[in-house]
Design a protein around this ligand. Structure first.
Ligand code: NG6
Ligand code: CA
Length: 505
């Protein structure tokens, strides 16, 4: 009897651990490729004809191409904030575009997207652009241990740059440390005044290999022949070479996949293309015929091809979910004279939409959105479901059976079925933040009246602001040209009410 009991107990334990192991093995890997300033119309699979993106087009034909996929905001930091926390950016102040020395804005004690995966037993890594702040204060020692950062909000490994490619410090951080720190040449950063003796773009424009656009700024410390926003001194060995940025990130990502192919992993690959300064690797320079912006997109496409190839080479492509999207819409001149306008050659990064980066109009937030999972998702489909990056957190939590406290990630909804292509509806509505707030519901778009500027003249983009309420019917007016608010007072009232309710949550 005693023997039987032991035998049964033993068998039960073995069975349990076997299912646990099987469970882990069955869990799909997840690679989130989150890119910077790529427009709805920038990819072949979204209608671009002047630019060739074969690897991204192949990805789209291997899964679902979404036509109604959104970031929550029209700039980087707020969109990334939502992706990470599952909250709209308007709920927390200080979520606008951050300087390069900002402190971390992601709460450390709440659920985050990478924490969902960690709690489900995944290995998690972020590689690429961060732009969510580092440390607990602005004033920090860049030569020591810098935390909190990605590791304190859910990643097991990070290889990042702090903010944007056009902001100092232009250095890589691996986990808590800047790479290439030299105690005899300490890195000092300031966003208040010039420090050190490095030349600036303002004083020495003759040293620039790429000119700044007039009045944008980007004329502080020169690094690698490019003027940046902010001042930096020291760190000669630590400063990156722009032409090597993507090769460096791609190399780290490929290694991460190779090292973790036997266990489930969540890799966030935050590409920097086609954000300024566009300075692709030499092999891509001049390749697109559209200037460095086009070349940067070719480089991005190539990198995606390399990541997919690595997954295939390790026989894990079939059971890997790849999510591809952009943090905000496109801009041509965002601070440097890089040929984006002069060599546009008829390319239309904005697709059928108005506005662009910084704008409340659709091109600001409606972005390419592709999901593949060869084992499960039907190949070559298109979905018009209303989906948003803020929902990845709740959807993966539900899929992986991860629980989090009520009151956290309050804007993140479970739209797993839409992400998997089995539901064609998606959200009932979405709030977007870009200066003013807007509500997207069915085919209607409401933009709240605002005193903000109508146009950002520096970048030549309409911001979508107006001092009266705007309502557009996107079914017939994707370009948001004909304001029908006056004729549809009831619709305006309905969407306004939704917004008011959201604002008091
Ligand atoms: C803006 C910069 C722009 C870009 C952007 C951040 C000026 C005039 N323009 O303030 O060049 O760096 O910030 O882009 O300073 S984002 O994609 O990271 O949001
Ligand atoms: Ca961006």
């Amino acid at each position: 009897m005693k023997f039987l009991k032991h035998f049964v107990l033993g068998l039960w334990t073995i069975m349990n651990s076997l299912t646990a192991v099987m469970g882990q093995q069955d869990k799909p890997n997840v690679v989130l490729i989150y890119v910077d300033d790529l427009g709805y119309g920038d990819l072949g699979c979204y209608g671009a004809e002047k630019i060739k993106t074969p690897h991204l087009d192949a990805l789209a034909s291997d899964g679902i191409r979404f036509t109604n996929g959104h970031a929550t905001a029209a700039t980087c930091t707020p969109s990334r904030y939502s992706l990470m926390t599952g909250n709209y950016p308007f709920r927390q102040s200080g979520t606008g575009i951050l300087p390069g020395d900002a402190k971390l804005i992601i709460p450390q004690d709440k659920i985050t997207l990478p924490r969902v995966f960690k709690q489900a037993g995944y290995q998690t890594a972020v590689i690429g652009k961060w732009h969510l702040g580092l440390g607990d204060q602005v004033d920090k020692n860049w030569n020591g241990s810098i935390k909190p950062g990605p590791l304190e909000v859910g990643y097991d490994y990070s290889f990042i740059f702090p903010a944007t490619a056009d902001r100092v410090p232009t250095v890589f951080l691996e986990n808590h440390h800047v790479l290439g720190v030299d105690k005899n040449d300490p890195i000092v950063v300031s966003y208040l005044q010039k420090i050190g003796h490095e030349p600036t773009g303002k004083e020495h424009p003759e040293l620039l290999k790429m000119k700044n656009s007039l009045n944008h700024g980007h004329d502080h410390t020169i690094v690698n022949g490019i003027g940046r926003i902010g001042w930096m001194s020291g760190g000669k060995e630590a400063k990156w070479v722009d032409e090597e940025l993507t090769l460096t990130f791609a190399d780290k990502a490929i290694r991460f996949i190779q090292d973790h192919y036997q266990q489930p992993f969540f890799l966030t690959y935050n590409a920097t293309e086609p954000h300024v300064p566009r300075m692709p690797a030499t092999i891509f320079k001049g390749k697109s015929g559209l200037g460095y912006r086009g070349d940067a997109i070719l480089q991005l496409d190539y990198t995606v091809g390399q990541l997919v190839k690595t997954l295939k080479d390790n026989q894990i492509y079939e059971n890997t979910i790849i999510i591809f999207s952009s943090d905000n819409g496109p801009v041509l001149d965002d601070g440097y004279d890089d040929g984006a306008i002069a060599q546009l050659n008829g390319h239309n990064p904005f697709g059928p939409f108005s506005g662009g980066k910084y704008s409340a109009f659709e091109a600001g937030t409606r972005v390419p959105f592709i999901i593949t999972w060869p084992k499960i998702i039907k190949k070559g489909t298109t979905s018009d479901a209303l989906i948003c990056q803020v929902d990845l957190l709740s959807s993966f939590a539900s899929f992986l059976n991860v629980k989090y406290a009520r009151g956290e990630a309050i804007d993140s909804e479970n739209h797993w079925k839409s992400f998997m292509g089995t539901d064609q509806v998606g959200r009932s509505y979405l709030i977007k933040s870009s200066g003013t707030l807007s509500v997207l519901k069915d085919h209607y778009k409401y933009i709240k009246a605002s005193k903000g500027a109508k146009k950002n003249n520096l970048v030549n983009i309409e911001l979508g602001n107006d001092d009266v309420d705007q309502l557009y019917d996107l079914n017939v007016d994707k370009g948001e040209r004909i304001n029908i608010a006056d004729r549809h007072a009831q619709k305006v009232a309905e969407l306004k009410k939704i917004l008011d309710q959201e604002l008091t949550k």
